[in-house]
Design a protein around this ligand. Structure first.
Ligand code: NAP
Ligand code: MG
Length: 491
């Protein structure tokens, strides 16, 4: 039973520069993952009419926004960035309230979003296209990129601020207008993201935000024939569905999907560094990074001390409310997510994996009403097990041992996903061989699987991603089409 359902605030969509309730007034309650009985707010369950109104607004705003100079567009976006820095405390509180991650993790998410967004704004100011020599004299030949129109951004709950930032910034700087549909587990983060732009005077309709379910508002947005591009981050299952839907209209998609990221630790690795990186990449944000390490493959010779070091770090984590500064691991994001993870853990046990630590819903003072799961480590796993094949998306690590480098690489590659991978070794030759063989969009040598920088693209291969990747130079490429011009200025 909710204790405060009637006192929790009611939020509104942002459509065409106005904050508006759903057209039929319907609302969904959101629950705090650290205290499930607490309702954090009520959010519009957007109808088809609301979605249409958001696309109408984005369509109406497009010509004027497109025709502004890129420098003028950059000024608007820079103002929103400045406001992000000013509001970092408030917005990180919203992230922790809805997602559960610690305040430090929420702050880190915003800091990294600001860096990525800054980079995309500057990239927009640099992307001038290219002049090519012409075969004819008196002909100027060049190519450049131009915006598409109204773009849909559908974001997940695990990085509810960073992902909209990484997608909306290149879309907007390039001259598109956007309708954002945040995950229903983190609607207020999406609205707070949008508010930063609204409060700095972005022209009406350039960025719109509608809340509601994926199968309702999300699906309705994707089905609007005026949408020119769909940038989606979320599960592989929904990504494939979106791709099928978009293919029917030749709408481009950018899909950043699930992972089952491996870390290989060879016998010459720095054990302390490798164990720290493994524990951080497995348990930070309660294992809900898309680039989390969920499988570690250790050389048999060093498996004993390595596993001991990882277990010590897992057991030292302090579970609790993300607002408590002593907390080092918050809850997982909601009751459904908790159930999924506990089901996977049960399946791991039934399939014969050996539970080394954790494995239960955490109990005790301050935990009983929340979605807390103990950091969990399994050993004696094999590639045939569900827990080593499926994305669990929680604080669950599987430890394999390998007799040889080749065996380690085979295990690492033996999944349908290909987002991030890492290797710890001092042997340059084997590190380079791993880079050649590993099937992942991002690979790290002596660095953890979750590391990234804004100058470089971010995206997976295999079932972890499809389309032009986000960030780096490709961030804007996805949201633009090419245009070639030949101009005869002298006969
Ligand atoms: P999800 O269930 O696939 O949902 C993602 C978004 O899609 C949400 O906004 C969701 O709305 C919406 N959605 C669901 N069904 C839809 C439909 N039929 N049409 C349109 N929209 C729909 O994923 P999630 O559980 O939020 O996020 C976790 C997943 O994201 C994990 O698999 C993780 O690996 C992945 N991820 C990948 C990356 C990457 O860069 N590769 C980064 C972060 C996360 P609702 O919330 O209302 O369902
Ligand atoms: Mg989901």
């Amino acid at each position: 039973m909710s204790t405060n359902s009637t006192t929790a605030p009611t939020h509104q969509n942002y459509i065409g520069g106005e904050w508006r309730a759903a057209s039929d007034g319907a609302l969904d309650a959101h629950h705090n993952p650290a205290r499930i009985s607490e309702v954090t707010g009520h959010f519009p369950r957007s109808t088809d009419d609301d979605v249409r109104a958001a696309v109408d607004a984005a369509e109406a705003a497009y010509p004027a926004w497109r025709d502004l100079s890129v420098f003028a567009r950059a000024e608007y976006l820079k103002r929103a960035l400045a406001l992000m820095s000013e509001r970092i405390d408030r917005v990180s509180q919203v992230i922790t309230t809805e997602n559960g991650k610690t305040l430090a993790e929420s702050r880190g998410e915003i800091v990294s979003a600001i860096k990525e967004m800054e980079h995309q704004i500057h990239q927009g100011l640099r992307d001038l296209g290219e002049i090519a020599p012409s075969a004819q004299s008196g002909v100027l030949a060049y190519q450049y990129r131009r915006p598409l129109g109204v773009c849909a951004v559908i974001s997940p709950w695990n990085f509810p601020f960073n992902v909209p930032g990484r997608k909306c910034t290149p879309a907007l700087i390039a001259g598109n207008t956007v309708v954002l549909k945040p995950a229903s587990l983190t609607p207020n983060v999406g609205l707070e993201f949008t508010r930063l732009f609204a409060d700095t005077g972005l022209p009406k309709g350039v960025l719109n935000c509608i809340t509601g379910s994926g199968s309702g508002a999300g699906e309705s947005l994707l089905n609007d024939s005026r949408i020119k591009a769909i940038s989606f981050t979320g599960s592989t299952k929904v990504g494939i569905h979106i791709n099928q839907l978009a293919a029917g209209r030749l709408v481009r998609t950018q899909l950043e999907l699930g992972g089952k990221n491996p870390m290989v630790v060879l016998e010459d690795a720095d054990l302390d560094e490798a164990a720290s990186a493994c524990a951080t990449a497995a348990f930070a944000c309660a294992g809900q990074w898309c680039t989390s390490t969920s499988r570690v493959i250790v050389a048999k010779k060093i498996a004993g001390p390595f596993v001991e070091a990882v277990l010590a770090k897992a057991q030292a984590l302090r579970l609790g409310n993300g607002f408590d500064p002593a907390t080092t691991m918050g809850p997982v994001c909601g009751t459904q997510q908790m159930k999924n993870i506990l089901d996977f853990i049960e399946q791991g046990k039934q399939e014969g994996a050996r539970l080394l630590t954790g494995g239960r819903r955490a109990a005790g003072e301050g935990l009983d009403d929340g979605c807390f799961i103990e950091p969990t480590v399994f050993s004696e796993v094999n590639p045939g097990m569900t827990i080593t094949q499926e994305e669990i998306f929680g604080p669950v690590l599987s430890v394999f041992t390998a007799d040889s480098f080749d065996e380690a690489v085979n295990i690492a590659n033996g999944v349908r996903f290909g987002l991030a991978s890492s290797i710890y070794t001092k042997d340059l030759e084997r590190a380079m061989k791993f880079l050649e063989k590993t099937e992942a969009g991002l690979t790290h040598v002596n660095m953890m699987s979750a590391y990234k920088e804004p100058q470089l693209s971010f995206g997976g291969i295999k079932q972890s991603g499809s389309g032009i990747p986000e960030a780096g130079r490709t961030g804007i490429e996805f949201f633009t089409e090419h245009k070639v011009a030949y101009i005869k200025y002298r006969s």
